[in-house]
Design a protein around this ligand. Structure first.
Ligand code: SAM
Ligand code: SF4
Ligand code: FES
Length: 344
């Protein structure tokens, strides 16, 4: 096993069978995490990239079985921020020192191409990098957002197991999801994808496929988080994802894609009170603190136990900076592009 970790650390290549062995092995995981931490340090350094997350609408037309925002959930108060409110949140995020905002929402057709391009154009005037995470769109829509100045796009593949994906996301299809990722690459976005760990019926083999898929599409960013069951969804009785397994998937992703950006995801912290810090010490180099204000923080409820719902954006900024410094790391002053694309 140790040889496998050494091989991954040196060559950044493993076969599917080798990945499966490491994913299954609990005993050696500390060494895996330490190797991922060394590779993170060597390739992307000690600086942690912060991105301010704006959750601007929890209205969604899709019905992903795992997600509290699914269209048929009647137990969530729905909200939509107006374009100028979103721009104002970005302005405030800049005031807290963020250089990037992530604009995330359900799949909400209220936000037409005109609205999104207006928001992107105005935020670009603030000299910030923009990541969009607003779901599946057409080729033309992705092009329009990119032309307006959007820098990055996050769209998790969720799982590379086509059957599982189509069971979990009724009405959606795996080919469409992959087409979206290809289109985004073609337009020159930095592309972020990722997976959920612990979906019902998901196998270790399919998690290994997920990691190989990330490498195959040459992703710029990979977000990995445990699936957390939500009582207001059909998956309320599921077991949910395991913290250590999620961390192993993340650490192996760092070993195989050494220079990409990897966030310490919020979901990691929901199932472990030190989750983001542990992730930062096991291969991650990005954190996305919430900069949404007021009740919306609470109602963007993908899963129960969401962190920071009663905190202010200013408080979170101070809190996360303190935690990062507490482990001897620094907050980056740059825009946090994929190393291969830029130095900032
Ligand atoms: N609607 C867009 C999409 O699906 O790509 C962006 C927003 S969606 C809420 C962002 C991510 O939340 C999804 O990609 C999914 O992986 C994650 N998510 C949804 N429900 C979750 C749950 N119950 N536990 C953990 N993560 C969840
Ligand atoms: Fe909608 Fe995204 Fe949630 Fe699916 S994961 S229901 S697309 S918000
Ligand atoms: Fe929100 Fe710590 S990051 S309270």
């Amino acid at each position: 096993m140790k040889e496998l970790i050494e091989k991954a650390e040196k060559t950044h290549q493993l076969s599917k069978a080798e990945i499966v062995l490491l994913l299954e092995n609990h005993e050696i995981q500390e060494e895996l995490f330490n190797a991922a931490d060394r590779v993170r340090k060597e390739y992307v350094g000690d600086e942690v990239q912060l991105r301010g997350l704006i959750e601007f609408s929890n209205i969604c037309k899709q019905k992903c079985l795992y997600c509290g925002l699914r269209a048929s959930n009647k137990n969530v108060n729905r909200y939509r921020l107006q374009p100028d409110e979103i721009i104002e949140l970005a302005r405030k995020a800049k005031g807290y020192g963020y250089k990037t905002v992530v604009l995330q929402s359900g799949e909400d057709d209220y936000y037409t191409v005109e609205k999104i391009t207006y928001i992107v154009t105005e935020i670009k005037k603030l000299e910030m990098a923009i990541t969009l995470s607003i779901g599946e769109k057409t080729y033309e829509e992705y092009k329009a957002y990119r032309d307006a100045g959007a820098d990055r796009y996050l769209l998790r593949i969720e799982t590379t197991d086509k059957r599982l994906y189509e069971d979990m996301d009724p009405g959606m299809n795996h080919e469409d999801r992959k087409r979206c990722l290809e289109d985004l690459k073609e337009f020159g976005y930095e592309v972020g994808t990722g997976c959920l760990v612990g979906l019902p019926g998901q196998t270790i083999e399919s998690l290994a496929d997920d990691i190989l898929f990330f490498k195959e599409i040459d992703a710029d960013m990979i977000g990995i988080g445990p699936f957390i069951p939500n009582n207001d969804t059909p998956l309320k009785h599921s077991k949910g994802g395991d913290f250590d397994l999620s961390l192993r998937v993340m650490a192996l992703t760092r070993l195989l894609l050494p220079d990409i950006n990897i966030p310490a995801t919020t979901a990691m912290e929901v199932i472990n009170p030190q989750g983001r810090i542990i992730a930062l010490k096991s291969g991650a180099n990005v954190v996305m603190p919430n900069v949404t204000e007021g009740e919306a923080r609470k109602w963007y409820a993908l899963y129960p136990g969401k962190i920071c719902v009663n905190d202010t954006p200013a408080h979170c900024r101070g809190c996360i900076t303190g935690k990062i410094k507490g482990i001897g790391r620094d907050v980056s002053e740059g825009f946090g592009f994929h190393k291969k694309n830029s130095e900032s």
